[in-house]
Design a protein around this ligand. Structure first.
Ligand SMILES: Cc1ncc(COP(=O)(O)O)c(C=O)c1O
Length: 414
């Protein structure tokens, strides 16, 4: 940070404050994590200086002898880890990875089916406010009112009737297992390409903690941050027969030069994710989420679907006569950072919904286990008892600080 201090002390100071914040609060937004020092070193490297339009060994610029080796390594590791025939690690993030799948599989105005944003889908799966809802004809499936689980019958009937060219399976706030095999059947019956977006659960899929999307999906997309603990980026994995279309869609269809510093950091994260310690980490993420859910319910919280199978849980705060926003803001003041979120069939608006979404990836990266989840459930309960009482929130904040001090945040030096 010395150089940055000299050049731009304002930004250096803000980065240090953010590092302090990340170290001293309980980060429970399920899409966030701690990247390792090694990943951050690659992200902050000289590779940011290089232009490399094209793909390894087929570039439009000279001087690629090392960049090609870096991207080759990232691709080899991605294919091995995700058991994929083909990989593309150039998408700038998860949304551009999904855009590439649209471009590769549909004509403008083509038909796509995805999970409703309000039910836990992602913006890029057909939401009206996103490019996907503006440039394509969309039908959305959702959840069963009785169970809160994905309504596969509804999805099947919709696909039969609508005949989409592309179906997205995958979610941003769904606490249960996604049945990729069922989606595979639905897509085959409709003659659609199936894209499994595993951005949230990538690590669980590759370590056996969640069923794998291959061979059911034709294409798999993922962010490289979140559970994978890499830099902010995206990837597309697919069958060989779709490879040329996907590559053309990413470059030159959507993007120019790849972010080589990010490609290198993705390669590092994939190496880390291939180690036994990462599988152990993912198993603990799931165990921690289950423990947290159990302890919250034991203290009277109502959770959507009555628990979790993966890394996240959704509190329905309405049963405690609170809104999601009030609870999330009070938790934040107490040092527990999560996000307000819609619950299934939520009568409240998206900017002031009924739920709070919580996840365990970042806590688990700090080494926290089941006993710590008991404490955290207790903290959240104490916050919910008196969310406007500043003295109450300060008491919880002190206990949060103690817990954080006992579990240093990886990759952060204060
Ligand atoms: C399921 C899913 N897909 C795609 C994305 C988009 O990723 P990004 O924010 O990197 O564009 C997200 C991000 O939260 C996500 O949850």
């Amino acid at each position: 940070m010395e150089e940055l201090q000299k050049t731009d002390p304002q930004i250096a100071d803000l980065i240090q404050k953010e590092a302090q914040r990340q170290a001293s609060c309980l980060r429970m937004i399920p899409s966030e994590n701690y990247a390792s020092k090694a990943v951050m070193t690659a992200t902050g490297s000289v590779l940011t200086n290089k232009y490399s339009e094209g793909y390894p060994h087929q570039r439009y610029y000279q001087g690629q002898e090392f960049i090609d080796q870096i991207e080759d390594l990232a691709l080899k590791r991605a294919k091995e880890l995700f058991q994929a025939e083909h990989a593309n690690v150039q998408p700038y993030s998860g949304s551009p990875a999904n855009m590439a799948v649209y471009l590769a599989s549909l004509k403008p105005g083509g038909r796509v089916m995805g999970m409703d944003l309000a039910a836990g889908g992602h913006l890029t799966h057909g939401a009206k406010v996103s490019f996907s809802g503006k440039f394509y004809e969309v039908r959305q499936y959702g959840l069963s009112r009785e169970t809160g689980l994905i309504d596969y019958d509804l999805a099947r009937n919709l696909a039969k009737e609508f005949k989409p060219g592309l179906i997205f399976a995958g979610c941003s706030s769904y606490p249960r297992t996604v049945d990729f095999a069922a989606f595979g059947e639905i897509a085959r019956e409709a003659g659609a390409v199936l894209c499994a977006d595993i951005s949230h659960i990538s690590g669980l899929c590759l370590t056996g903690c969640h069923p794998h999307p291959f061979p059911h999906a034709d294409v798999v997309t993922s962010t490289t941050h979140k559970l994978l603990r890499g830099p902010r980026g995206g990837m597309v994995l697919c069958r060989q027969e779709l490879a040329a279309k996907i590559d053309k869609a990413v470059f030159p269809g959507l993007q120019g030069g790849p972010h080589n510093h990010v490609t290198a950091a993705i390669a590092v994260a994939l190496k880390e994710a291939s180690l036994p310690a990462y599988a152990e980490y993912c198993r603990q993420v799931v165990k921690n989420a289950a423990a947290l859910a159990r302890e919250l319910m034991a203290r009277g919280f109502s959770l959507v679907t009555g628990g979790t199978d993966n890394h996240l849980a959704l509190i329905d705060a309405s049963t405690m006569k609170l809104t999601g926003k009030v609870l999330a803001q009070a938790m934040d003041q107490a040092g527990i950072v999560a996000n307000a979120n819609k619950v299934p069939f939520d009568p409240r608006p998206a900017d002031d919904p009924s739920g709070v979404r919580l996840g365990t990836p970042a806590l688990t990266s700090r080494g926290m286990q089941e006993p710590e989840m008991v404490k955290i459930a207790e903290f959240i309960h104490q916050v919910a008892q008196a969310p406007q009482d500043q003295a109450n929130l300060r008491k919880v904040r002190d206990r949060v600080a103690e817990l954080c001090a006992a579990f240093p945040a990886p990759g952060i030096e204060i």
